[in-house]
Write a protein that binds this ligand. Structure first.
Ligand code: ASP
Ligand code: MG
Length: 417
């Protein structure tokens, strides 16, 4: 059995859904198709959740956009009397029901209830379209069998329970193909949860692990994992093969091609992960798998924006030593900020973090209680894996890095935007 995962970009319009169907049709064996919300639907639902929670009056406008976007796609795919329109209306009525109620006091709980409709709608459309094309399949509401705790927006999966439930649901007894949602899940008491933005890759990997899939394929708008962002570097090349470890490192440093949580579940069972282009499905792409001997990889550039560089100096006469560092880490953990690079001297500690957190100002204020804080919010972090001097010259050029760090395989530069 294989897992195919299609992201939002692959199903952003009717052509995308047709293309998905063509890829699925070519497959002869057992298959689980994991689908994200169409296009930018999740962003739209985030604005809907915000409007609802903060009682702004524009939920109707957003609902109309949501309905029209999906109906436009459906009109190109289905006859006017197809039952799928009714299914869409049923889902929208459920969502309307949520919006009509008084919101709970927990934003994250409401967020998951609302945002999950993106995937419920996309999979309803995809499943119906496949059936219309003669591809029998079963629609699965994954919330029934992928069970998590109640950490809304970033839920933790109960692997044991989910394993037992998923094996019962995806049993391949009377069906060869299943269609289900990425990103969303449910608690034991059937509350909806989500696994974090862009979490559909993670769903695919979890299902692969729980169902012992033979492989996972993530269908993308790029031809595989590349050694730089092709939008910035047209000469970027596909890396044909890499180890799980390399893939984890790349996503840790900010490569967006795969979600960081994706690799562990498949690595544990040695399931290969293919990253392929949905536009050119016959092209090989990248395989991430167990490799025996070290692979010779080209320099790989990860360019991570949205960074803040902070330099802390203790206000008292103390040095930056273990006690101060543990305080800094405690504050970082409290604000759930991702630390991307750090460097210390006797009396200062510099580090780079993602600075998009809503509580960033509060984070800085808390540090200021004990440290002199200098910060620069307009920086990016360039990471070059498998660097060469020539690659560094080409990428960094004559820019003078604010901080620079090298290990055997990785060179990093913090530069002003
Ligand atoms: N639809 C969700 C998001 O946009 C999950 C995903 O695309 O993987 O974040
Ligand atoms: Mg997405």
């Amino acid at each position: 059995m294989k897992i195919f995962k299609f992201g939002g970009a692959s199903v952003k319009n009717a052509d995308g859904v047709r293309n998905l169907a063509a890829i699925v049709e070519r497959e002869e064996g057992e298959l689980v198709v994991v689908v994200s919300a169409m296009g930018k639907t999740t962003n739209l639902l985030e604005t809907l959740c915000d409007a609802y929670f903060h009682r702004r009056g524009d939920t109707d406008v957003i609902m109309r956009r949501l309905r029209e976007y999906h109906r436009d796609i459906m009109r190109e795919l289905f006859a006017a009397d197809d039952a799928v329109y009714g299914e869409l209306e049923e889902l929208l009525a459920l969502l309307d029901g949520v919006l009509a109620g008084e919101s709970a006091m927990c934003y994250d709980y409401e967020y998951d209830r609302i945002v999950s409709f993106g995937e419920l709608i996309s999979t309803t459309i995809v499943s119906a379209y496949l059936r219309r094309e003669g591809v029998d399949n079963r629609f699965v509401d994954v919330r029934r069998c992928l069970k998590t705790d109640a950490s809304y927006r970033n839920a933790n999966v109960d692997l044991e329970l989910s394993g037992a439930l998923c094996r019962g649901v995806f049993d391949f007894q009377s069906e060869r193909i299943y269609v289900t949602q990425g990103f969303i899940a449910g608690t034991r008491t059937n509350q909806t949860t989500t696994l974090g933005r862009e979490g559909s890759d993670y769903t695919a990997a979890l299902l692969a692990n729980l169902l012992d899939a033979e492989s996972v394929t993530i269908w993308k708008d790029v031809p595989g994992v590349m050694n730089a962002d092709p939008k910035e570097y047209p000469q970027a090349k596909v890396i044909g093969r890499m180890s799980y470890k390399e893939a984890i490192e790349l996503s840790h440093f900010g490569a967006k091609v795969i979600h960081p949580k994706t690799i562990k579940p498949i690595q544990n069972k040695r399931i290969p992960l293919y990253v392929k282009s949905f536009l050119y499905p016959e092209v090989e792409g990248t395989v991430i798998a167990e490799v025996d001997e070290p692979l010779r990889l080209p320099p790989i550039l990860i360019n991570k924006g949205g960074q803040c560089l902070l330099t802390l100096t203790p206000r008292d006469f103390s040095f930056i030593a273990e006690e101060k560092l543990s305080k800094i880490f405690a504050v970082l953990a409290k604000y759930k900020l991702k630390l991307n690079l750090m460097q210390n001297s006797a009396i200062s500690f510099s580090f780079c973090v993602d600075c998009n957190g809503a509580l960033f100002e509060a984070f800085i204020r808390e540090l200021q209680e004990e440290f002199e804080v200098l910060y620069n919010r307009d920086v990016r972090l360039l990471t070059i894996r498998h660097y060469t001097e020539a690659a560094i010259r080409e990428i960094v050029g004559d820019r003078v890095p604010l901080v620079e760090q090298r290990s055997r395989l990785t060179a990093q530069f913090v530069i002003q935007n």
